[in-house]
Design a protein around this ligand. Structure first.
Ligand code: SF4
Ligand code: SF4
Length: 68
């Protein structure tokens, strides 16, 4: 069975609307799969090690993250 894959939807993601441009989902991931290089940058995800815990999904206020 394939791993759960985290996906960022850049149509919904709005780093400028998150606190001080900081992605709330990035620090919520215990595996550091979601990274934001600088405030106001779009976060990036390397889903290969995602465990599907959905902490990032719960942390994002704009529903920009989904699991599949
Ligand atoms: S993924 Fe969610 S929490 Fe992170 S910058 Fe985008 S909208 Fe904000
Ligand atoms: S589902 Fe869990 S492991 Fe996967 S990116 Fe989100 S917080 Fe990290």
């Amino acid at each position: 069975m394939p791993n759960t894959m985290v996906t960022l939807n850049y149509y919904k993601c709005s780093p400028g609307l998150c606190g001080n441009g900081s992605c709330a989902a990035a620090p919520a991931c215990p595996l550091h799969i979601i990274k934001q290089e600088e405030p106001f940058d779009f976060p990036m995800a390397n889903p290969s090690n995602c465990r599907g815990c959905a902490k990032c999904v719960a942390a994002c206020p704009y529903r920009a993250i989904s699991l599949s």
